[in-house]
Design a protein around this ligand. Structure first.
Ligand SMILES: Cc1cc2nc3c(=O)[nH]c(=O)nc-3n(C[C@H](O)[C@H](O)[C@H](O)COP(=O)(O)OP(=O)(O)OC[C@H]3O[C@@H](n4cnc5c(N)ncnc54)[C@H](O)[C@@H]3O)c2cc1C
Length: 331
């Protein structure tokens, strides 16, 4: 247990934040120790989906449990929570277990993947999860089924009940053969550009890698947390009204009553792509990505994100909900 630890290098926004008490979790056995009677204020993985404010009161637990185990030698894996997500995806592809190629290069840890049901290019991690192993505060070790996890779009029970569960490992099933998902984003275009007509999962992974590298800033050089807001879901009638003014507004059908709108498009058309000040703003090439241009605090990021929300609500009558989680207190 250490006191007063600065988490700046443990979050991809590069925000300074002092954890009152910090504990590195390297062994599941630590969970039954005295330090774990207290529910943590922050369970920290790779820090790639967080806006940390200046002070994190109480206990921060940094999940560093790592390791991949093949449980049946045939596409079923148990992966410890602190394992790097991208490393796991590459591991499965190298072993001839396709399925997660569209989810390559998402930063962060395996333990955080179920928290917001990470997704990209038409795939979501919930499709592959068979169980989540967690320490439930006040109870002990529990195993949750996918139904228990209540997965939704960038959502799960873990996101709705922060601090209740500390995920220690996740079970995956990659044994089912599924058709490749090529119809999302620029995958088909990228494959065509590379002259690939009969793609393998590795080709799709390479295409996604190429697209992501060209679209998203490298957080090591320009702090960010990927998409800052979720894509908002609106009633079809509202979409119809907006289309009268904005004929090129894209939408993805949800059901007969609702459609999903691309948050990046709304921010862009509200005139906010590349906007901001010397410390914080939106990325020039992708308005949905908020960036730390240097020296930003969590408070700066929050204040600017509220400005984006207000501007979009005023212009389009659409509320943007952050995808990232905000933790801590401001001075
Ligand atoms: C450049 C960039 C691109 C991104 N692209 C995508 C994308 O395409 N799709 C997508 O879905 N996300 C994307 N993200 C967001 C982020 O990568 C994911 O949400 C990722 O799963 C976060 O993992 P993490 O380990 O960094 O979690 P953290 O940021 O450390 O934590 C996120 C949340 O999970 C909780 N948590 C973390 N570990 C555990 C655990 N073991 N037990 C319980 N709770 C835990 C935390 O308390 C927090 O609430 C992107 C981020 C960046 C920086």
């Amino acid at each position: 247990m250490r006191e007063g630890v600065n988490l700046q290098r443990y979050n991809t926004f590069g925000l300074p934040a002092i954890a009152e008490r910090y504990l590195a979790l390297t062994d599941v056995g630590q969970l039954s120790g005295e330090a774990f009677t207290e529910q943590p204020a922050l369970v920290l993985g790779g820090g790639s989906n967080l806006v940390l404010l200046e002070r994190i009161p109480g206990l921060t637990v940094h999940v560093l449990l790592s390791g991949i185990e093949s449980t049946d030698g045939n596409g079923r894996f148990r992966v410890r929570a602190g394992t790097d997500w991208n490393q796991f995806v590459r591991y499965t592809l190298e072993r001839g277990c396709p399925g997660m190629e569209n989810l390559i290069l998402i930063p962060g840890t395996v333990g955080a993947a179920p928290v917001q049901n990470i997704g990209a290019y038409g795939a979501e991690v919930a499709e592959f999860i068979t169980a989540v192993h967690a320490w439930e505060y006040g109870k002990g070790m529990v195993e949750l089924t996918p139904e228990d996890c209540a997965f939704g779009y960038r959502d799960s029970r873990f996101k709705r009940e922060p601090g209740r569960f500390l995920i220690t490992a996740v079970d995956f099933n990659l044994s089912e053969r599924r058709p490749l998902k090529l119809e999302y984003g620029a995958i088909a275009e990228e494959l065509e550009r590379a002259g690939i007509t009969d793609p393998t999962p590795r080709d799709v992974a390479n295409a996604v890698t190429h697209i992501r590298r060209s679209k998203l800033p490298d957080w090591f050089f320009l702090g960010n947390s990927g998409s800052f807001f979720k894509n908002p879901v609106v009633e079809r009638s509202h979409y119809g009204n907006l289309r009268e003014t904005y004929a090129d507004l894209p939408a993805y059908p949800i059901d007969d009553a609702y459609v999903k709108l691309p948050a990046g498009w709304l921010i862009d058309r509200a005139g906010l792509r590349g906007a901001g000040n010397e410390r914080v703003g939106t990325y020039e090439r992708q308005a949905l990505v908020m960036v730390n241009r240097g020296g930003a605090s969590g408070g700066d990021i929050l204040a600017f994100s509220r400005h984006v929300q207000e501007t979009v609500a005023e212009k389009f009558g659409v509320d943007l909900e952050p995808e990232v989680q905000v933790v801590g207190n401001q001075d």
